[in-house]
Write a protein that binds this ligand. Structure first.
Ligand SMILES: Nc1nc2c(c(=O)[nH]1)N[C@H]1C(S)=C(S)[C@@H](COP(=O)(O)OP(=O)(O)OC[C@H]3O[C@@H](n4cnc5c(=O)[nH]c(N)nc54)[C@H](O)[C@@H]3O)O[C@H]1N2
Ligand SMILES: Nc1nc2c(c(=O)[nH]1)N[C@H]1C(S)=C(S)[C@@H](COP(=O)(O)OP(=O)(O)OC[C@H]3O[C@@H](n4cnc5c(=O)[nH]c(N)nc54)[C@H](O)[C@@H]3O)O[C@H]1N2
Ligand SMILES: [Mo]
Length: 554
């Protein structure tokens, strides 16, 4: 397992958006509300379907907007993706549609993997997923016979206790079809935040230095210690979803939160509040007094994207230059400047950790260009990405190891990071919480086009509030009738963790038995209901499945 995960370790798109939109013969979108959540790429895909006849299979429990363009929409039950993907691979093997040459030259482990896939015949898969057998055959044919097919996914795949295994199974599918390392193919997770890719690339993860160099590697540690003049720990840290619950487990006493609003965005809000009430010391670096601000001892005013100069790295590994449009307002300061000033004081305050003389020991940056020079020196994949090249208009995608390297639009063209790609046998596991008599419906959560997560930014925009001014809970016409919701009605949604009341939106976007809620409004946030069941590897919460009951209250 680790081998395959390492082959796709960075979690970025293997191909570029342009490349996929231009060269794929078919798209398999699974668990991505592409037109609402990635509107630019969503438009590129819609155009590819409309104007050059690319085929599109969408696998999503909800009838999201992009299904209007789909050749076929598979409406699987939430949390049954492994069964679905295995079922498609069963048919591909049965029909002899696998790419034998690719498998022979580039992969290993097919036989053991095949034994697992053969446990998923279409009738069983149809039972688990709710997708009719005929649609399974139709989908397998579109995906396998149009070459290359690009696989595209987002949080519908990853936000499950089986998130990592879901992703690995999609990698299995693309290896089986020989769609890796070719234009128009690949494994393409759409990263969400404008710079979440950059944050991960720079080591904003508990187990790696910049460029995914493991903290447990003696060689990597020495390199960074020599650059920074420190003796750093080789211990793997905690993930965000472990840190906050860790407060009540007496593992965490102080927290420095930068640009996150866990009261809105973490699962099981009631428990998060209890944890934050118990913390000894909390610093929050924000651009607005968020819901989390109520728990902070110190608020540090950072600046928004419009007041920043530097780079953002997007989902296709492209590093992009941004320039501030206005000067920082009031007492706010660039986030990097605040962090550096805090770091200097921490170093002075703890004498024994004053850094040794080293190239980058001082935290003395005049601007982000100087920070980029440090990145160039210690981050191999960013070695040749400079402000100067970006200013000249070069379109650079990492890996770009040197000043004369043109960047890398498509990954894995000759081999995977680990050499041969290893097929991983993966079995279906049900979600952590399934419907019962007391909680008979499935809750799924996510976003809407008009708002951004906790809504700190979008709820301050008058125009957006005019279009979407309160939380709506999507409810199928079938369930609405059963509950007596007549067009409009306030419903109470209750899980084992808490309950919310919100206006019902009666719509066939959701199938019977499922409700869908967002976490954009504090007065009715889906996270009052979600549970903190985590994927054992990535520690991502299962935001996409919880058992709830729904009642009409007004
Ligand atoms: N307007 C707007 N755009 C955004 C954001 C925002 O807040 N607002 N946030 C950004 C961020 S950080 C992210 S991560 C992305 C998220 O982008 P997406 O992942 O596209 O968005 P989600 O709303 O989380 O839902 C993904 C889809 O998964 C489906 N789904 C639910 N359960 C399952 C399942 O079990 N299996 C499958 N296959 N699908 C399932 C849902 O119906 C939904 O269509 O959006 C980014 N873009
Ligand atoms: N139920 C449910 N919960 C979810 C999800 C889901 O699908 N369902 N999705 C999850 C996902 S994928 C994500 S990414 C998270 C997002 O969760 P968060 O990261 O917590 O949400 P955001 O609202 O994007 O950002 C948090 C804060 O950053 C501040 N901010 C914005 N720009 C800047 C800046 O430049 N500097 C500083 N210092 N602060 C800034 C904003 O004011 C905001 O309050 O939510 C997760 N939670
Ligand atoms: Mo995200």
């Amino acid at each position: 397992m680790a081998g395959l995960a390492a082959s796709f370790g960075s979690g970025a798109m293997s191909n570029s958006m342009d490349d996929v939109a231009k060269n794929a013969k078919a798209f398999f979108i699974i668990g991505s509300n592409t037109t609402e959540q990635h509107p630019v790429f969503g438009t590129m895909l819609r155009r590819a379907v409309r104007f050059r006849g690319a085929k599109l299979v969408v696998a999503d429990p909800r009838k999201i907007d992009i299904t209007e363009f789909a050749t076929l929409h598979l409406r699987q039950k939430p949390g049954t993706d492994i069964a679905l993907i295995n079922g498609l691979m069963y048919i591909i093997l049965e029909k002899d549609w696998a790419d034998k040459q690719f498998i022979e030259e580039r992969t290993e482990g097919l036989e053991e993997f095949k034994a697992t896939v053969m446990q998923y015949p279409p009738t069983l898969v149809s039972e688990i997923t709710g997708v009719p057998v005929s649609q399974l055959y139709e989908a397998a044919e579109i995906i396998a016979r149009n070459k290359p097919t690009a696989v595209i996914w987002a949080m519908g795949i990853t936000q499950h206790i089986s998130g990592v295994r879901n992703v690995m199974d999609l990698a299995n599918l693309q290896m089986l079809l020989g769609n890796m390392g070719v234009p128009g193919g690949g494994v393409n997770p759409l990263r969400g935040q404008n710079n979440v890719q950059g944050a991960c690339d720079m080591g904003g993860l508990p187990n790696v230095y910049p460029s995914y160099q493991p903290v447990t590697s003696e060689e990597a540690r020495k390199k960074f210690d020599d650059a920074w003049g420190l003796t750093s720990s080789t211990k793997v840290g905690l993930t965000a979803t472990e840190i906050i619950p860790g407060i009540l487990e007496d593992k965490i006493h102080a927290l420095y939160i930068l640009g996150e609003d866990p009261v809105m965005s973490d699962p099981d809000t009631h428990h998060i509040r209890k944890c934050l009430e118990a913390i000894d010391f909390l610093v929050l670096q924000e651009i607005f007094p968020s819901e989390t601000a109520a728990y902070a001892d110190v608020l540090l005013p950072g600046v928004s994207f419009a007041e920043k100069t530097g780079t953002f790295t997007n989902t296709e590994r492209r590093v992009q230059m941004v320039h501030k449009a206005i000067e920082p307002l009031g007492d706010s300061r660039p986030d990097w400047w605040i962090t550096a000033e805090v770091a200097k004081r921490v170093l002075i305050g703890t004498n024994n950790r004053v850094p040794r003389e080293a190239p980058f020991s001082g935290w003395e940056y005049r601007d982000t260009n100087e920070i980029m020079s440090e990145i160039n020196a210690v981050t191999p994949s960013y070695g040749g990405i400079t402000h100067q090249r970006l200013e000249k208009g070069e379109r650079l995608q990492w890996p770009c190891p040197s000043a004369d390297h043109p960047g890398t639009p498509v990954l894995h063209t000759k081999q995977f990071t680990r050499g041969k790609g290893k097929f991983a046998p993966i079995d279906h596991v049900p979600p952590a919480e399934e419907p019962t008599d007391d909680y008979p419906m499935v809750l799924s959560t996510g976003r809407v086009l008009y708002h951004w997560h906790g809504g700190q930014m979008t709820r301050r925009a008058k125009g957006l509030m005019e279009v979407y001014g309160e939380a709506l809970v999507e409810l199928s016409p079938n369930d609405a009738e059963k509950l007596g919701v007549n067009g409009k009605g306030i419903v109470r949604v209750t899980s084992r963790r808490g309950s919310i009341e919100a206006q019902a939106w009666v719509t066939d976007r959701v199938p019977p038995g499922m409700v869908y809620a967002n976490f954009h409004f504090p007065e009715a946030s889906a996270n009052e209901l979600t549970l903190a069941a985590l994927d054992p590897v990535s520690k991502i919460p299962e935001y996409k499945v919880a058992a709830v009951k729904v009642e009409l209250v007004g």
